[in-house]
Unconditional design. Structure first.
Length: 647
């Protein structure tokens, strides 16, 4: 069964229902009798259901879907604010924190029954049975990793629980220290690795494979290692001062834990990296309908098919534009669907000579979109819209990018927030207007293994080995950037960088580590990785009175744009005036942001609060006072629905 058909199954069947009693919900797999899970063709549909958990382009008119995920970070922004970046905006929810247990319970039931049936002989371990079991271990790990990132400490549940034993359910609700949760995830991934076929097996052409599990293992291990390193000395790490868990019985050596996770990340990333090669063309990862010939780098990808009615409608949405005819000619305003890349992201990219923009004689400044992109890293050039880029084809005629749609009146379109319009997902392809063009979406690719290895190795050993050298040069070679990363490190002046990731906590990191982080940011533009990186690096402590900015509007571009608006009889008012900043400030008229003079991050938001219903359902006596709950709240949050972080 090809992946395009697998993805017809909806993730809503798994995760769409809110759980009032999160452990006593009947999963869809309970609707089978005891004779189920006895044949391969009974295991397959349960695994297929889980593929809906993986990234998707998104569907529906007017949304980028996957390519706007980074709006929750400093890489991209809409005009509306990100509540996580503002004080007293996030509330303790009334319910939902343990809602994913419906999915975990489905995984547990599958794993429990297949194990029982293998043992009693009613299920034969032949064909693809072992692979399907490996997939389910992977998906349980996948769900748990999402929960680890969101809540930190979390219950570890491997049995199928019901509502028949209240005491057992309460015991299962108890949160385990996050390092134990991370070790549990790695254990599940090891079981998946043992069972999954490799990517070289034809069966995995459109399914998970061993290399996917190894790559994901490196992701989990690196995340936990860096969280423990940079959040050390806070209540967000087990055993730290004020940690709300059982400190008296917690005797784990967290330095040893940190090294364990780094070693796991290094080992698993190298197994993938050494067996993989990068595509020559970065843009080619995102402008093709078929990536089956790119398995060296693309370990798993989502196929879209008009025939199977699985379509990537995001392409039509991202090509939206307004065309206005005037006596001076036709003006094309590309809207960007209400989002845009930030100046912080754009300025972090290197020049092709391998130097930062402030150190290179080849930098032409940012007074126009064209000058900003000249002589820059190809990952930037191919991912950001600029004049001369093809948008789409209508009636055999190519429509070219002319101006960013900064005014909603231009053709009635939604405005771009920053002027730096995401182009990833519509790079030089032959899209026809209003077509459901089935561009493929890479889900796991080996470039991440390269980056995970470099970062983990440097943190573990304090230097870069030959493998780091090989991986780093390969990434830069494809990006069209001078491969001498040591030259970049030597030229880096952290006081001239504006990237939040130059910090961990309130301390500047060293130039080598910052450039490792820079490379990661450059490689994963618009791929939804940035928020997790900022959180694990503890890079948001310095987000105080922080204004998100876009393109340079006031030096020169405003003249060209205002002339176009006049010709088109459109009115445009910038979100900020030149005396405030020459760069667009998308939240320049946002009351919440103005009130705080920019974004001001509260450290409590590094972890989400546990919802009130969890405490209500976890008292020793059913219906007891929530103050007696066996569950503890995350640092900085009260046990009260609708309450804000403690100040």
């Amino acid at each position: 069964m090809k992946l395009k058909y697998i993805f017809l199954f909806s993730a809503a069947l798994l995760m769409g229902t809110s759980c009032a009693d999160f452990l006593d919900k009947t999963p869809i797999s309970d609707n089978v009798d005891g004779n189920f899970f006895t044949a391969e063709n009974q295991l397959e549909p349960y695994c297929n259901n889980m593929y809906g958990l993986l990234p998707d382009h998104g569907t529906g008119t007017g949304t980028f879907g996957y390519f706007t995920t980074d709006n929750n970070s400093d890489d991209m922004t809409a005009v509306s604010q990100v509540d996580n970046f503002l004080p007293q905006r996030v509330q303790v929810p009334s319910s939902g924190s343990y809602g994913s247990f419906s999915t975990i319970r489905t995984c547990n039931l599958f794993l429990q029954r297949t194990a029982e049936n293998l043992e009693n002989g009613t299920l034969s371990n032949d064909g693809n049975v072992n692979h399907y079991i490996g997939e389910m271990y992977f998906f349980r790990a996948y769900v748990y990793f999402s929960l680890l990132k969101t809540y930190g400490d979390f219950p570890i549940v491997t049995e199928v629980l019901t509502d028949g034993d209240y005491a057992a359910n309460v015991e299962a609700n108890k949160r385990k220290p996050r390092n134990e949760v991370a070790r549990f995830i790695l254990s599940d991934l090891d079981k998946a690795i043992e069972r999954l076929f490799p990517k070289s097996n034809s069966f995995t052409a459109h399914r998970l494979n061993r290399e996917c599990a190894l790559l994901f293992k490196s992701r989990v291990a690196l995340y936990e290692a860096t969280w423990e390193k940079y959040h050390a000395g806070t209540a967000r790490v087990p055993g730290g001062p004020g940690w709300p868990g059982d400190a008296a019985s917690f005797n784990t050596d967290m330095t040893a834990e940190l090294n364990f996770f780094l070693d796991q990340a290094i080992e698993s990333a190298k197994l993938v990296g050494d067996a993989s090669a990068l595509m020559d063309d970065y843009a080619g990862l995102y402008n093709q309908t078929d990536l089956s010939n790119q398995r060296d780098e693309v370990l798993l990808w989502r196929m879209y098919s008009e025939e199977a009615k699985v379509q990537n409608q995001v392409v039509g949405a991202t090509h939206g534009y307004g065309a206005i005819d005037t006596e001076e000619g036709t003006f094309i305003f590309v809207h960007g669907d209400g989002t845009g890349f930030t100046r912080s992201l754009i300025d972090s990219y290197l020049m092709t000579d391998g130097l930062p923009i402030y150190a290179s004689p080849n930098y032409q400044g940012d007074k126009s979109l064209v000058s900003t992109m000249t002589n820059r890293d190809l990952r930037l050039v191919t991912s950001v819209g600029k004049p001369g880029d093809k948008i789409m084809t209508i009636n055999g005629k190519d429509i070219m990018f002319q101006l960013p749609g900064l005014t909603s009146a231009a053709g009635g379109i939604r405005v771009t927030s920053t002027g730096y319009i995401p182009r990833k997902g519509w790079i030089d392809n032959d899209v026809i207007y209003n077509s459901a063009y089935p561009l493929a979406l890479p889900i796991f690719r080996a470039a991440e293994a390269y980056l995970n290895y470099i970062e983990a190795y440097y943190l573990r050993h304090g230097n870069l080995d030959d493998t780091c050298d090989k991986y780093w040069k390969a990434l830069r070679r494809r990006a069209g950037v001078d491969t001498d990363y040591k030259k970049t490190i030597a030229a880096t002046d952290l006081t001239k960088e504006i990237d939040l990731a130059r910090y961990s906590g309130t301390q500047l990191v060293d130039a080598t580590l910052y450039n490792i982080r820079r490379e990661r940011r450059s490689e994963f533009i618009a791929e939804g990785m940035r928020k997790a990186d900022l959180y694990r690096w503890r890079a948001l402590d310095m987000m105080q009175n922080y204004w998100v900015e876009g393109m340079n509007y006031w030096d020169e571009f405003h003249t060209e744009f205002e002339a176009a608006c006049t010709a088109c009889k459109q009115t445009y008012t910038a979100p900020n005036d030149a005396s405030v900043s020459k760069y667009l400030r998308p939240q320049g008229k946002n009351d919440y942001v103005i009130e705080n003079n920019g974004y001001c991050f509260e450290e409590a938001n590094y972890l989400s609060p546990i919802s009130y219903d969890v405490f209500r359902m976890s008292t020793p006596e059913e219906g007891g006072d929530v103050s007696t709950s066996v569950v503890y709240q995350n640092p900085g949050w009260p046990v009260e629905a609708g309450a804000y972080a403690l100040q």
